[in-house]
Design a protein around this ligand. Structure first.
Ligand SMILES: O=P(O)(O)OC[C@@]1(O)O[C@H](CO)[C@@H](O)[C@@H]1O
Length: 345
């Protein structure tokens, strides 16, 4: 079973301002509200790929209630500790000509709620995967991820960490199965000058992260593709399919979800990376986290661009999903027909 941990979840309020003038009232042309926070995005995409998972974390207030209800409606199992005060943050994403984000700080978390969360994690068993991702609220210790991994150490649980800067460097000491920084994060960690932009540029830094303890290191490089330095020392580099950018929020999380969805079902690392890259691109081309139909389209385009044959398991999956969607559309048409018939009896 895959568990995702979001210590500081959010509702992502995406606004589309036509202009953005600091110091003036700006008007948005449309808005959307999504459940967010890295772990929740990963759970959402795993669910889209029919991978059963549990979203864990800490929520508060009316925004936390909304989040839990939305996850439930989407069929995602959740196990969140509820705070007695405060509210889950609302992160504002201003999606104009350039993307500007203002992420909230999140509620204050008392120690007794941290203890409750740690206690709930005792359900994890050998063979489970725990994804630790996203920022840690100010009121929690900086080494929170390490505390969690230390508590669960020796139980045969695989850890995946996607965290910024020092948090990531601390986490790799626990030998996580996978980490996934992006090229800029890697550049900042190692004070690289110039910034690494391509998978090739990132390779020396991925090696350092592996030397520090991480087993598999994926570095995403936006439109320049991605790199996986796997635990056997093999380097995999994959380009990105070309799409029209709609909203990059959650693209990195979608990569992690796509990779896990495939490796936990036994796929080799190279093809899992290609699939992961397609999931990230599909989300960048979507409003919110990508739907299955977009992922299937992007993954097909990416294999074509690479001039490679798609593994049979992915091709079959796409065929089955297409047949399911067509059957569903037909059934819906049938229902509409019934409703429209004026006096059916
Ligand atoms: O403030 P953090 O925890 O660093 O990042 C949170 C966040 O920006 O990351 C996700 C995208 O990865 C969004 O859903 C969410 O708003």
């Amino acid at each position: 079973m895959i568990y995702t941990m979001t210590l500081n979840p959010a509702l992502d309020y995406v606004m589309h301002p036509l202009t953005l003038d600091m110091g003036y009232t700006n008007r948005s042309s449309s808005e959307e509200l999504y459940c967010g926070g890295n772990g929740i995005n990963i759970s959402t995409l795993l669910n889209e790929l029919d991978v059963v998972n549990v979203a864990m974390g800490i929520v508060a207030g009316f925004t936390g209630e909304y989040l839990i209800n939305e996850l439930q409606d989407a069929g995602i199992a959740s196990n969140f500790v509820k705070l007695d005060r405060g509210y889950t943050r609302i992160n504002v994403k201003l999606n104009g000509i350039v993307m500007t984000m203002v992420n909230g700080m999140g509620p204050k978390i008392p120690q007794k709620k941290v203890d409750e969360l740690l206690g709930r994690m005792d359900v994890l068993q050998s063979g489970d995967t725990l994804v630790l991702t996203g920022s840690i609220p100010n009121s929690l210790p900086e080494d929170m991820y390490n505390q969690i991994m230390a508590r669960l150490a020796g139980r045969g649980i695989q850890f995946v960490v996607d965290a910024p800067g020092q948090l990531l460097m601390e986490s790799i000491k626990a030998h996580p199965f996978l980490i996934k920084p992006n090229n800029h994060e890697v550049g900042r960690i190692f004070k690289a000058d110039p910034m690494p932009e391509t998978p090739e540029d990132c390779l020396p830094y991925a090696k350092k992260l592996q030397e520090g303890g991480a087993r598999n290191v994926i570095v995403s490089c936006g439109g320049n593709g991605s790199l996986l330095l796997d635990e056997y020392g093999t380097e995999h580099m994959v380009p990105t399919a070309r799409v029209r950018l709609v909203n990059a929020t959650g693209a990195g999380d979608s990569m992690v979800a796509g990779f896990l969805a495939k490796v936990t079902r036994g796929m080799d690392y190279e093809n899992a990376l290609i699939y992961a890259s397609a999931c990230g691109t599909a989300t960048a081309a979507s409003k919110g986290i990508a739907k299955r139909s977009t992922i299937d389209r992007v993954v097909t385009a990416l294999y074509k661009k690479m001039g490679r044959e798609m593994p049979a398991s992915i091709a079959d999956d796409i065929k089955n999903e297409k047949a399911r969607a067509e059957a569903q559309a037909l059934a819906a048409e049938g229902n509409d027909g019934e409703k429209q018939s004026p006096e059916g009896e």
